[in-house]
Design a protein around this ligand. Structure first.
Ligand SMILES: CC(C)(COP(=O)(O)OP(=O)(O)OC[C@H]1O[C@@H](n2cnc3c(N)ncnc32)[C@H](O)[C@@H]1OP(=O)(O)O)[C@@H](O)C(=O)NCCC(=O)NCCS
Length: 249
């Protein structure tokens, strides 16, 4: 990439999802220029991801209106299936995070940075409805398969980016604590379970000594954007994902 035009020049990032991605960062945080350049090449922006950041720990204003909840660390033997149910219900609209099967989850859990103690789960209130048995690897898990009473109703999967991470050093970033995925079961949406899970994840990251939290979300995910704004997050970077004009979205 060339930096001749200064820090607001959109730059590309590698992607495995078939889209061409451009990052806009620095002073403007706008993708207007990337849109123009990509349009000349016959591409339209079909996704916009924002990276949000805020200092840790959370302060009282960020916690206003958020209920206190009890979370516990993810236990693979007990929670693998239930986490998949919640994930697939919460992200049924999402191009990468939705429609996971057990193999997808296991491969995510196998990443070398994953710490099960950094995946916080919330037990759903008991309803007495029995849950269906765990599916075999390769079978996509949905409520229709698994029953509508998952053992957990939400989770917050955190990730620590240590200060000696070469990418952070190259970008001049401090150590970062990431909310990697957070999902509440749709039956619990609107109950503030989501922000309570984010708060639990941020507490966990702060307890690890991290002073900056970050996460990515789709810019048009309005409930999530409102939740993060209320919790004091601000936009640090925007990424545009481009597809050939008239091609599949
Ligand atoms: C984003 C998410 C975690 C928020 O969790 P939540 O427990 O619903 O959070 P809240 O109760 O604070 O509700 C957030 C907003 O959604 C609205 N909402 C969404 N679904 C609702 C429902 N079924 N009933 C009532 N309100 C609903 C709430 O009114 C609230 O709006 P407001 O900001 O104007 O008050 C949750 O919607 C979710 O899991 N979404 C899918 C996964 C996702 O997008 N994760 C974040 C990606 S980074």
């Amino acid at each position: 990439m060339s930096n001749d035009d200064g820090p607001t020049t959109p730059r590309s990032i590698p992607a495995a999802d078939g889209l061409e991605w451009r990052i806009a960062e620095g002073g403007e945080l706008d993708l207007t220029r990337a849109d123009r350049e990509m349009s000349e090449r016959g591409f339209d922006r079909v996704r916009t991801l924002v990276q949000l950041r805020r200092p840790l720990p959370l302060d009282a204003p960020a916690l206003e209106g958020i209920p206190a909840i009890t979370t516990r660390p993810f236990d693979p033997a007990r929670d693998r299936h239930d986490l998949l149910v919640v994930n697939n219900a919460a992200f049924d609209w999402h191009p990468e995070q939705g429609n996971w099967d057990l193999a997808d989850l296991d491969s995510a859990l196998d990443q070398d940075w994953v710490d099960p103690a950094g995946i916080l789960v919330h037990d759903s209130p008991p309803t007495g409805t029995p849950s269906a048995g765990a599916p075999s690897t390769g079978q996509v898990v949905t409520d229709a398969v698994a029953g509508s009473d998952p053992g957990i109703d939400g989770f917050c999967w955190t990730r620590v980016h240590p200060a000696d991470d070469p990418e952070l050093i190259a970008n001049g970033d401090p150590a970062l604590g990431e909310i990697w995925v957070i999902g509440a079961h749709p039956s619990r949406h609107g109950t503030r379970l989501g922000p309570a899970l984010v708060a639990a994840g941020l507490d966990h990251l702060a307890s690890k000594g991290l002073g900056t939290a970050m996460l990515y979300t789709e810019e048009d995910n309005e409930p999530a954007m409102r939740m993060y704004e209320r919790m004091g997050f601000g936009v640090h970077q925007r990424r545009g994902g481009y597809a050939p004009t008239g091609g599949p979205r």
